[in-house]
Design a binder for this molecule. Structure first.
Ligand code: 6PG
Length: 251
């Protein structure tokens, strides 16, 4: 059950993916600018998959105004274990839609490494990277962007990999995971639930009718052990949902 400190989810419904992406871009750019009034760095963990593509394009566009990228650090919530040039790489997704189109210092971009055949070493290396920016795992990213799988997974935290209690109390910051066989890329690296829960805000982007059932179970709290249901950031839990994914029974 959620603890008393667990933020109640804010769920916003939008007509379609473009509308929810524009709203998420506005929210994120507002939080970035507000935060940088009092802090000299903003840390953003990026999601993979297809849903965030439009959001990344908007962040790169002039529509939102030019963000102070020199003060923004980009991390990844998870990565498929393929070369960063691979079409299924989350680094490739972000490069194609965002980082190839903005002026951000290389030192501000922190991809999860995927050297050939060394996933455990890569997990250790990324853990060390996170340690450099977040000495205490109870306070990690300013915002963690996340997607939702039809099975209730998020990042590369799958219902089949580990027990809910193992996920909730995982001592690792970053873990190597073998994705269920239905997923194209088997080996994954993922931030763990505690690492993601150290985020100040979690911002889920959910679009498409096929996500509705998983989302309904998460929002009505009938499936508290699904990985996405275990994401409980420090301050704000925000769901940006299109009409197709929005649960019909949800108020
Ligand atoms: C990934 C993501 C994963 C994704 C969901 C939803 O690396 O694939 O981290 O958790 O967010 O699978 O994917 P879509 O946005 O493609 O539906």
């Amino acid at each position: 059950m959620p603890s008393s400190s667990t933020p109640s989810p804010t769920v916003q419904q939008y007509s379609d993916l473009d509308a929810l992406s524009k709203a998420a871009a506005r929210d994120l750019t507002t939080d970035i600018r507000d935060t940088l009034q009092t802090k000299d760095r903003y840390t953003l963990a990026l999601a993979g998959g297809s849903t965030p593509r439009r959001l990344y394009e908007l962040l790169a566009s002039e529509e939102e105004g030019t963000l102070p990228w020199s003060k923004i650090h980009l991390f990844w919530g998870d990565e498929r274990y393929v070369p960063h040039s691979h079409p299924k790489s989350n680094v490739r997704l972000v490069a194609d839609t965002l980082t190839n189109h903005i002026s951000i210092p290389d030192a501000n971009v922190h991809p999860i490494p995927t050297p050939a055949d060394r996933p455990e070493a890569a997990a250790t290396a990324y853990t060390n990277t996170l340690h450099q920016y977040f000495p205490d795992r109870s306070a990690t990213f300013d915002t963690a962007l996340l997607g939702l799988g039809t099975d209730g997974h998020t990042a590369s935290l799958f219902p089949e990999t580990g027990s809910p209690e193992q996920r909730r109390t995982d001592g690792a910051w970053v873990r190597t995971v073998t994705a269920p066989s239905r997923h194209e890329v088997p080996i994954r690296l993922t931030c763990t639930v505690p690492t993601l829960n150290g985020a100040r805000r979690a911002l889920f982007l959910v679009a498409g009718r096929k996500k509705r059932n998983a989302l309904a179970q998460i929002l009505d709290r009938t499936a508290p052990t699904l990985p996405a249901a275990q994401i409980q950031p420090r301050e704000s839990l925000l769901w940006y949902v299109d009409a197709a994914a929005y649960p019909t029974a949800f108020p």
